[in-house]
Design a protein around this ligand. Structure first.
Ligand code: NDP
Length: 283
């Protein structure tokens, strides 16, 4: 069986950073990239808050640069997705979806997090037919259409702003009357004439016909009024769930399924297994 000193699981910014540092420490890391090489930033456009890029940079380009930087020091990348780690003995045994098995003396978990959905009836079935959690992936399909985005954080603001490049009108539906998003992102949304806010409102139902999404049923949480709103697209921007299911309970997680790390270090409860990035960052 193939045996490595360091295996890094996941290839977002945390995975690339771990790859760069371990490669430069002559540990010849192997990075198993997962289903979404480059992670969530490959689904975003302008990144303006990563230091070192005074004019901003596109998410996919930033991730590509990070990968190239680690590869310069001979980090090896493979398109494999991990389905299991046996943590009972060291070296740890890693099993991939392809059936490939390998051993690692040290494992670094940087599998990130995935978009959350509301859990409404038919929500998942309507993905690709009007429901989306990725404006940069699907925004193009909403040229001159009306869309609603749910959420009050940076993700929702970013999605809404991006969607105004295509849509005729973008409504942001938020369950409170103030936003969680950073001030500049809030301001950009407030200043955008195509964006309108629907405050204190929860989405109760997605309305659809054979063509896809046609509207949403919403409830004003202050008045309890329930109304229907026409929409062609319904975008989720309500945060993320950590990608930890493949650990099958072998690493200690917090109540929200994020990996528990020790006092600000990347150490998990298993010696030799480390975690970094969004998979251990519940904030
Ligand atoms: P957040 O947790 O910051 O925000 C989630 C939002 O969704 C909140 O407004 C929350 O409402 C709302 N929400 C959550 N669950 C539900 C629900 N079931 N029903 C209705 N509304 C719900 O997540 P984000 O993904 O927005 O951001 C996460 C982190 O990533 C932040 O640190 C953010 O700054 C960062 N980020 C940065 C970006 C950038 O700079 N380009 C882009 C995207 C994210 P409530 O406020 O009431 O809790």
């Amino acid at each position: 069986m193939e045996s490595r000193k360091v295996v890094i699981i996941g290839s977002g910014p945390a995975g690339h950073t771990a790859a760069l540092y371990t490669a430069r420490a002559n540990l010849s890391p192997l990075i198993l990239e997962g289903h979404e090489p480059g992670g969530q930033l490959t689904t975003t456009t302008d990144v303006e808050n990563f230091p070192g890029f005074p004019d901003g940079i596109q998410g996919p380009e930033l991730m590509d640069n990070m990968k190239k930087q680690a590869q310069r020091f001979e980090a090896e990348y493979r398109q494999e997705t991990v389905t299991d780690i046996d943590t009972t003995n060291r070296p740890f045994k890693i099993t991939c979806e392809s059936g490939k098995e390998l051993e690692a003396e040290t494992v670094i978990i940087s599998t990130g997090a995935s978009a959350k959905y509301l859990g409404l009836p038919n929500e998942m079935e309507l993905i690709g037919r009007g429901v989306s959690a990725c404006a940069t992936c699907d925004g193009f399909f909403y040229r001159d259409r009306v869309v609603h985005v749910v959420g009050g954080g940076d993700t929702a603001m970013e999605e809404a702003n991006f969607l105004t490049k295509f849509a005729s009108k973008v409504y942001i539906v938020h369950r409170r009357d103030s936003l969680r998003a950073s001030k500049p992102m809030q301001q950009r949304a407030f200043d955008n004439p195509k964006i309108e806010f629907v405050w204190d409102t929860a989405v109760e139902e997605i309305l659809f016909d054979q063509t896809g999404v046609t509207g949403i049923k919403v409830k004003n949480l202050k008045t309890n009024d329930v109304t229907e709103r026409k929409t062609d697209g319904f975008f989720l921007g309500i945060g993320h769930t950590p990608n930890t299911a493949f650990l099958n309970g072998q690493i200690e997680l917090d109540d929200h399924q994020f990996i528990k790390t020790k006092n600000g270090t990347p150490e998990t409860n298993v010696s030799g297994i480390f975690a970094c990035g969004d998979v251990q960052d519940s904030y």
